[in-house]
Each structure stands twice: as structure tokens, then as C-alpha cells.
Design a protein. Structure first.
Length: 288
């Protein structure tokens, strides 16, 4: 896309999406324009007035989406431009639907890449990268010991520190095993539990962690996990935040029960718990 196209939209604050007159606002209108530009051969986008108007319209159309993901609207328009060049777009039943979906995926990938400090292509093509948390400074971490004493670091007693660390690792592994026994894919469960543990380190309490992670749409989307399965997993691992479940197995959650010394066999034999985990299985829900 040429710089002059971006320059042409410098005053687009006064332009509304309804002000364009190229007819490409509709799926059929967009298809007609894309076919014409394609059949005109290389360089057809250069200096074409309708193409310029199309890109200005696209920048305005996806401006809100761009801002939601902290991106420049012209970055999003550039992603849309690349999709518009593909034969599958102009041959689709609804070209605008194809462009919109591609732009959404690009925004998610760009945002995730910025958080992980990696390239966008790596986010798109690396399996289970959602298991990693965003890059953070050590000084930004809250006290994980507020969750459970086993997470505390005792600098004066190294053996105890090692023992506490081992307890945490053992509890996380046991949590994954509980889900695997209930029919979950073990690698998927491990990715989910690992991400929950990392985010838990950044937040001040279990209820706060449940609330923040429940609102996280990016992680379950990248994992291919339905939002309902993701929310249920959080309540199972960290405990149900409703006050009526306080000091109950449901309120404590699997991780805290394990850290408090409850054996893995007891959780595996908890029919109510296993039933809830099976009900949250990804295969039971359509990805949202």
C-alpha cells in the first residue's frame, strides 16, 4: 500500500464510513472492485481512486478494533489489504466477512506478540504458545505467598525453600493429572494450568485471579478452548469465588487442596469433582 493512500486519510476524522461512494461497502461491491483490480494486472492499486477510497474506508471501519488491541488503524488496514489480494477473498460468499475475520486474528496475534516480545509469525505458527505469559519485570510481581505459604521464599532456610518449591511443582503436576484422568488432553491441561499459575503470581488473591483470568479472551482463543470450558477450569483449579463456597472443597479449588496436603487419590476419588471436570471438557462446548 502506498504512502499517498495513508496521506489521503490524514483528515479522515471528518469522514464517516457512510460517506464513501465507491459501492464497495457491500460484499458484492467489494467483490466487484477486487475482481476489477485483479484483472487490471500488477500496479492496478497504484493511483486508483476507488482503491484509495477503499483503504480509507477500511481504516475507518476497523479503527475501533485497532484501538482495542492498541494498534494503529493503518496497521490493521495494511493487514486487510494483504487479505484482499488473496483469490479466496474475492471468491468468497462474503468477502467482507473474510477480511474482518482475518483482521481479528491479526490483531490478536499482534497483541500477543507484543506481550511475549516475539514475532507475529511465531505467535501464529508456534503450537501452544498461549501457555506462556507476557513478559514482565520481576518488580511488577505481587506477593504470591498471599495465595499460600508454600509459595513463600525463605532466604534464611534454603532446604525449606527447596521443599516448598517442590510442593508447588508437585501440586501443579497433580492438578494436570486430575484433569487427564477426567478425559482432558494432558498437554492442553498442562498449558492451561501453567498459564494460570504464572498469572496467579501477578495477582494479589485467588478471587482476583479468577476474575482477571475469566475475562481473558485471548488465551482460550489461542488454545482453541471454549470460553465456558476456560471459565469452568479456572473455578476448578483456583476455587469458586462465591462466598457461599468459602472453606469448602469447591471454594478451595484443586490446587489449594493439594497444597494443603490432600492426597491425589482423594481428588481422583471425588466423584463430584470428576463430574464437574468432565462437564467442562472442551469437546462438550463449541469454541467461542
Amino acid at each position: 500500500m502506498d504512502d499517498h493512500i495513508k496521506h489521503a486519510a490524514s483528515d479522515d476524522a471528518a469522514v464517516s464510513a457512510d460517506s464513501t461512494c465507491g459501492g464497495f461497502e457491500s460484499p458484492e461491491g467489494l467483490r466487484t472492485l477486487l475482481i476489477r483490480l485483479h484483472e487490471s494486472g500488477p500496479g492496478s492499486w497504484h493511483g486508483d481512486r476507488d482503491a484509495t477510497e477503499l483503504m480509507r474506508y477500511t481504516a475507518i471501519k476497523y479503527r475501533r478494533l485497532a484501538r482495542k488491541h492498541s494498534l494503529d488503524e493503518w496497521e490493521v488496514a495494511s493487514a486487510a489489504f494483504e487479505v484482499m489480494l488473496a483469490p479466496s477473498t474475492r471468491n468468497a460468499q462474503n468477502p467482507w466477512a473474510v477480511v474482518t475475520r482475518a483482521v481479528q486474528i491479526t490483531c490478536i496475534a499482534e497483541n500477543r506478540a507484543a506481550g511475549l516480545l516475539v514475532s507475529t509469525s511465531k505467535v501464529r505458527h508456534t503450537a501452544r504458545i498461549a501457555g506462556f505469559h507476557d513478559a514482565i519485570r520481576f518488580a511488577e510481581r505481587e506477593r504470591l505467598a498471599d495465595y499460600h505459604p508454600a509459595f513463600a521464599v525463605n532466604r534464611e532456610d534454603e532446604p525449606e525453600t527447596s521443599e516448598s518449591y517442590s510442593r508447588v511443582i508437585a501440586a501443579l503436576l497433580a492438578t494436570v493429572e486430575v484433569f487427564a484422568v477426567a478425559g482432558w488432553d494432558a498437554p492442553l491441561a498442562a498449558d492451561c494450568v501453567e498459564h494460570v499459575a504464572y498469572r496467579l503470581a501477578d495477582l494479589s488473591s485467588r478471587p482476583r485471579a479468577v476474575e482477571v483470568l475469566r475475562r481473558d479472551r485471548t488465551t482460550p482463543a489461542l488454545l482453541g478452548l471454549a470460553q465456558r470450558s476456560w471459565s469452568a477450569l479456572l473455578r476448578i483449579v483456583l476455587g469458586h469465588p462465591d462466598p457461599k463456597h468459602t472453606r469448602t472443597p469447591t471454594g478451595d479449588g484443586v490446587l489449594l487442596r493439594l497444597l494443603n496436603g490432600e492426597p491425589l487419590e482423594a481428588l481422583r476419588g471425588d466423584d463430584a469433582l470428576m463430574k464437574v471436570i468432565r462437564a467442562a471438557h472442551p469437546d462438550r462446548h463449541t469454541a467461542q
